[in-house]
Unconditional design. Structure first.
Length: 85
């Protein structure tokens, strides 16, 4: 299982249950969107599909999260998988 440690704009820092820490860069989606992307551990090749909500205000966030099962999701590619500290 892969767990997100933090996200900063389009950089995702994660830790895999195998102990590997890494980061990846995702292509940013349009403003205010639910983004779906895959993260793959470069050591054990564990892959996890994740959803990230990108929003400009708390009100927009609440609407996106509330309707997550009913909205069009933006699928984005994952770039630049790297090992981290």
């Amino acid at each position: 299982m892969i767990k997100v440690i933090k996200s900063d704009k389009n950089i995702i820092h994660y830790e895999c249950e195998c102990g590997t820490k890494g980061m990846c860069t995702i292509k940013p989606a349009k403003k205010d969107a639910a983004i779906v992307f895959d993260v793959r551990c470069p050591v054990c090749l564990e892959t996890e599909r994740m959803t990230l909500v990108q929003y400009s205000s708390d009100e927009v966030r609440d609407k996106l999260v509330e309707g997550l099962n009913d909205i069009d999701l933006s699928w984005v590619p994952t770039f630049n998988e790297e090992l981290g500290d």
